[in-house]
Design a protein around this ligand. Structure first.
Ligand code: URA
Length: 241
């Protein structure tokens, strides 16, 4: 995730992004939607203690060396009973500075995708495999993944999403415990196993928004959009044209 920026390219991508991930019409949707399948249940009166407790543990965590190098831990955020949970790789510089997931350029693209799906950021939960930024945005080390994964697993158990969207190869490979490429993993549902006492959760892998920004081709955009349409159909949500 190299963040050196070519301004012209960024502006062009932004304009293309506007054009590609907006302007979809949601089938059967009017300005005041009638009884529609809900993206999320009505907001819970309070965040389940579980998620707050997990976030507090993450903020106090020093299990690996990243704990002493971060500015802020990034536990994740969103609807406590979200039907869709997005899982990325690890916080970058913007996320480390703000303590919130996906708030940089990749996050802006993720938000566009969520909105193109007819949803709002608050409807879903957004988290990461690692809760702290690896220096220089290097790849996560196995010891960091092993230390951090229990937090994500606890979040999944608390939220009980119907679909997990794994963003990029690191998230997909970690959750599925495989070395397959993202090209092999994306495009069809996989099963994420929570534990013997839970039914498996459907998981869709797709390209990471940062990869999409670096490879902003009609083909990669179409593939991400196809993956998201499958997620919406699986949840019985309106699928934009
Ligand atoms: N990339 C990620 O994988 N996660 C973030 O939170 C931001 C960028």
């Amino acid at each position: 995730m190299n963040e050196s920026v070519d301004t012209t390219k960024v502006v062009r991508q932004h304009l293309e992004m506007e054009a590609f991930f907006t302007g979809f019409t949601i089938k059967g949707r009017t300005d005041v939607p009638a009884e529609q399948p809900q993206a999320s249940p009505e907001p819970a009166a309070e965040t389940p203690a579980g998620l707050d407790a997990i976030a507090a543990e993450v903020r106090a965590c020093r299990k690996c060396e990243l704990g002493s190098q971060r500015t802020n831990a990034v536990p994740g955020e969103g609807h406590p009973k979200a039907r869709i949970m997005f899982v990325g790789e690890a916080p970058g510089a913007d996320e480390d500075a703000q303590g919130r997931p996906f708030v940089g350029r990749a996050g802006q693209l993720l938000e566009k995708i969520i909105i193109a799906c007819g949803l709002k950021r608050e409807d879903v939960f957004i988290g990461n495999i690692l809760k702290c930024r690896p220096p220089g945005n290097r790849d996560p080390k196995p010891v960091e993944i092993v230390s951090c994964l229990p937090y994500l697993q606890a979040q999944i158990e608390s939220i009980e999403p119907e679909v997990i969207v794994a963003l990029g190869a690191h998230a997909a490979r970690t959750l599925l415990n495989t070395n397959k490429s993202i090209g092999q993993l994306r495009g069809h549902f996989q099963e994420y196993c929570v534990g013997l006492d839970h039914p498996p959760i459907k998981m869709m892998a797709t390209y990471h928004p940062a990869y999409l920004l670096r490879n902003y081709t009609p083909d990669t955009r179409r593939k991400v959009w196809e993956d998201m349409k499958k997620v919406l159909a699986e949840l019985g949500l309106p699928v934009p044209d």
